[in-house]
Design a protein around this ligand. Structure first.
Ligand SMILES: NC(=O)c1ccc[n+]([C@@H]2O[C@H](COP(=O)([O-])OP(=O)(O)OC[C@H]3O[C@@H](n4cnc5c(N)ncnc54)[C@H](OP(=O)(O)O)[C@@H]3O)[C@@H](O)[C@H]2O)c1
Length: 335
């Protein structure tokens, strides 16, 4: 059907109101930038362009991870953030399996995710489960992938095993509790008392208040430990594992001689082997579809308040995930 000029203009106006997925991205966007003093401010920047094998995402939410502020000093002038959820605005050459308008989540390693638009390689991209909001989906990539690789790849988790998860209320920990339960394990988690009900709601079978109890005094013969706290916690965990058990640490290594003496396999997730990030995210979205995996959004911040999100993340007591809400133009008609 041919459109007259006025109806074409009307179409564009309606498209911008209703959220036409095919609408082209603008040239400029608002994005959070790291200043030399380590603070954050919202700046106008060019919209990044997707290269071959990449997609341009119209960002709805970005996830906050400790690694964002840990590497901030090396990112002066750049946009922080890796975790992203939004809709596909454009795809680069050679991209198949994804289309403009798809609701997705992924790792924005090329451009930074605290921005209205971000570029994600399709080998780090997956379609979002309808069971998760964009804010929840933005809290999945780094922690979900880390927990999945830690338990399934490094930890070789098996149904019926007992798994101890340190820092179980945090981003990695809360993802790990759910992934371990879905794998059929018995899950013990350490957390502050105010997070015990939360851990039980995720399916934890036993919770330990690390502030009032030494976990070594209450746990024995564990098959697998996932440590997300620090290297001392990793080393102390050698005592609770059965001989031949596995200790996976993503937050500091345990004492290597202690691992050998106790006959414990001490390891960490290896990203050079196993499934791609896209495959891991797709598996997590299958778990979400099945009602076995979700994300607790502890607090959502605007881009202008990103520095407050970092202050809260640095405090080290996040329950689930901290999120940056982003509003790039009209609302898209996707879940
Ligand atoms: N190597 C990797 O691949 C990788 C990937 C992702 C993250 N990491 C690292 O893993 C660590 C955790 O990341 P995250 O994103 O999960 O952090 P997070 O969301 O900030 O969570 C930290 C959690 O630790 C808990 N916690 C603090 N001290 C504790 C203790 N002594 N015992 C038990 N729980 C304690 C807190 O809960 P309470 O309020 O209950 O204390 C909080 O929920 C960070 O150091 C991060 O850099 C590594």
């Amino acid at each position: 059907m041919r459109l007259s000029l006025p109806s074409a203009i009307l179409g564009l106006v309606l498209g911008s109101i209703l959220g036409n997925p095919a609408m082209a991205a603008p040239d400029k966007m608002q994005a959070v930038e790291v200043a030399p003093d380590g603070t954050l401010s919202v700046q106008t920047r060019p919209v990044p362009k997707p290269g071959a094998g990449e997609a341009l995402i119209r960002v709805r939410a970005a996830g906050v991870n400790p690694v964002d502020w840990k590497i901030a000093s090396r990112r002066v002038g750049l946009v922080p953030g890796t975790d992203v959820a939004g809709t596909i605005d454009a795809v680069g050459e050679g991209v198949s399996g994804f289309a403009v308008g798809d609701a997705v989540l992924g790792f924005a390693r090329t451009s930074g995710s605290y921005a209205e638009f971000a570029v994600v390689p399709v080998n780090s991209l997956a379609k979002k489960s309808r069971m998760l909001s964009f804010e929840q989906a933005a809290g999945v990539p780094i922690v979900g992938e880390t927990a999945y690789r830690a338990l399934h790849e490094a930890g070789r988790i098996k149904s019926g095993q007992t798994v101890l998860i340190h820092g179980a209320a945090g981003g990695v920990g809360s993802a790990a509790v759910q992934i371990a339960k879905a794998a059929g394990a018995r899950v013990i988690g350490t957390a502050s008392p105010n997070n015990h009900e939360f851990l039980e709601s995720l399916g934890a079978d036993q919770v330990i208040d690390y502030r009032s109890q030494r976990f070594e005094d209450v746990v024995r013969n564990v098959d697998l430990v996932l440590n997300t706290v620090d290297s001392q916690t990793a080393t102390r965990s050698l005592k609770v594992l059965r001989e031949g058990g596995t200790l996976v640490s993503v937050a500091g290594a345990p004492d290597a001689a202690g691992c050998a003496a106790a006959k414990i396999h001490c390891t960490r997730p290896n990203r050079d082997t196993g499934p791609s990030n896209a495959d891991v995210l797709a598996r997590l979205m299958e778990l979400a579809d099945a009602g076995k995996f979700s994300v607790n959004v502890d607090e959502a911040f605007s881009m202008a308040d990103a520095v407050k999100a970092w202050q809260k993340s640095r405090a080290g007591h996040t329950r689930g995930k901290l999120i940056i809400k982003v509003n790039a133009g009209p609302t898209m008609k996707h879940q």
